[in-house]
Write a protein that binds this ligand. Structure first.
Ligand code: 5GP
Ligand code: ZN
Length: 112
């Protein structure tokens, strides 16, 4: 837990968000600035700064599984993209590990 972390505060319900799914350890909510028709952020409730700082393989597996279950429940059967922006070069702007689940349109490659 981190007192001032915006995503910790969202997971605790202290900052409003549009919840998509939750479990004892995970929380999923809609991105405030969606980049696709479906854009959900999936986070562990426990504060971890980034993928680079994560050291719990079980948590990482659960996070990825949770993202896949969110994609299923969002009806993304045509496909989707899962992104973990990591660190400054990765474009990470919120220092709490999160997966973006993007879908509802064709994704291009390479990313910007
Ligand atoms: P990053 O750039 O770190 O990979 O992703 C952070 C994401 O969090 C961005 O897509 C941004 O739109 C989203 N975001 C930032 N602050 C909030 C917020 O207060 N509520 C929600 N729902 N999304 C946020
Ligand atoms: Zn946090």
């Amino acid at each position: 837990m981190s007192g001032n972390c915006i995503f910790c505060r969202i997971a605790r319900g202290e900052i409003p968000s549009t919840k998509v799914a939750e479990s004892e350890t995970m929380f999923a909510f809609r991105d405030l600035n969606p980049q696709a028709p479906t854009h959900v952020l999936v986070i562990p409730r426990a504060h971890v700064a980034s993928l680079a700082a994560a050291n719990d393989p079980k948590m990482l597996g659960d996070l990825l599984s949770f993202a896949a279950s969110v994609a299923r429940s969002e009806g993304l059967e045509k496909g989707y993209r899962v992104v973990a922006n990591t660190g400054p070069d990765g474009g990470q702007t919120v220092d709490h590990l999160h997966l973006h689940v993007l879908g509802g349109r064709h994704m291009t490659w390479p990313p910007g």
